[in-house]
Design a binder for this molecule. Structure first.
Ligand code: MRU
Length: 356
């Protein structure tokens, strides 16, 4: 069952509408976007987030950028437009694949109007493909739980649901598919500091669909593994290197260590657009560093109207310093299987599975 309740991205020619994820779950506000610069800042400020949603939004941003120009395409302007969107967020590889495809498709285009139409078509295509990949991924994930009879207890991190994708989701997609297959699923969602994608977004999606869900703070997984029967950890990813090392939301690695210590299988849900075989290991994946205030305050979370998610939000002394790496790398040795739209396999099979 695919719900359009959470669609983060909608489009009518010349206007992109984004569900502003900074204001969720308190309220649903929408950003109307008509320029590539507005698109870039919506991605950078995380009004839209999640690797697949960022890639789709980026290409709509290109279409808006091309639409604002007229006449013959200058290769320099084209290059600058692509580069400006590319710089919005560096870790997820999905955006670079989408932009490379965008560049290839306009190699022989003469005018901006034509380019804009081609990019609009590509973004719509990416949306459709992402949804169908997620549905296949979700179905493939079912095979890993075929032995589970009664309740299935799953821990997840960050948000990998309809809000992060074109619909259904990856790790949350498997959870949805289990539910659709008639299984009783119980989800433990890491809060996911500092942006709170887990408590604000994952729990919101699960509650809206009546899936039993508990928030845990990011440090609670060890306790949880000791005190509850957990069947699996399911997470998404932003980039997977050729050896299986995986970049995902900060805190994923810590969760993987804890899962391994307790013998809980750790699965990474990924579509083909997450694998970057050019990189041998995870140490080559660029990690985005974000503002310290996201860690020292809660009131950095403002929506497009400047409304604060948690007012009076200091969580640390004034002037306290913080580190804010937005992602970390989970070494492949912690990952039991990748769950993809083309099957489930261990990290050692990446190179053969992805050979075209
Ligand atoms: O910073 P975010 O919210 O964009 O990070 C999102 C994640 O890390 C997700 O796990 C990943 O993008 C996969 S979404 C299907």
């Amino acid at each position: 069952m695919v719900s359009d309740r959470f669609s983060p991205i909608s489009w009518k020619t010349g206007e992109l509408t984004l569900l502003d994820q900074r204001s969720l779950p308190r309220k649903k506000t929408f950003l109307k976007i008509t320029t590539s610069n507005e698109t870039i800042s919506a991605i950078r400020e995380m009004a839209v987030r999640g690797a697949p949603a960022i890639a789709i939004t980026g290409v709509f941003g290109l279409a808006l950028g091309a639409k604002s120009k007229s006449g013959e395409v200058s290769p320099n302007d084209l290059k600058n437009l692509l580069a400006s969107v590319m710089e919005s967020r560096p870790t997820a590889v999905n955006l670079s694949y989408a932009l490379k495809e965008a560049e290839d498709r306009v190699k022989h285009s003469l005018n901006w109007e034509e380019v804009s139409v081609i990019w609009e078509k590509l973004a719509l295509e990416l949306m459709q493909n992402d949804l169908s990949d997620n549905l296949s991924l979700g179905k493939n994930g079912l095979s890993l739980f075929s032995e589970s009879k009664d309740e299935i207890h799953i821990v997840t991190h960050c948000n990998t649901g309809a809000l992060a994708t074109a619909g259904h989701g990856t790790a949350l997609g498997v959870i949805r598919s289990l539910r659709d297959a008639g299984k009783k699923v119980i989800v433990y969602a890491d809060e996911t500091r500092p942006f709170l994608q887990g408590s604000r977004l994952t729990v919101f999606e699960m509650m809206e669909e009546g899936i039993e869900c508990y928030i845990i703070t990011d440090g609670m997984s060890g306790w949880l593994f000791n005190n509850r029967k957990i069947d699996a950890v399911l997470v998404g990813c932003d980039r997977v290197a050729a050896n299986g090392d995986t970049a995902n939301k900060i805190g994923t690695y810590t969760l993987a260590i804890s899962a391994k210590q307790h013998g809980v299988p750790f699965y990474v849900c990924a579509t083909k657009d997450s694998f970057d075989l050019k990189l041998e290991t995870g140490s080559q994946i660029p990690i985005e560093m974000r503002r310290e205030e996201e860690v020292t305050r809660f009131d950095f979370l403002k929506d497009g109207n400047g409304e604060i998610f948690v007012p009076e939000g200091m969580t640390a002394p004034v002037g306290a310093r913080a580190l804010n790496p937005s992602f970390d790398i989970t070494p492949s040795s912690f990952i039991k299987n990748f769950i993809t739209e083309f099957g489930c396999f261990p990290p050692g099979e990446i190179k053969t599975r992805l050979k075209k």
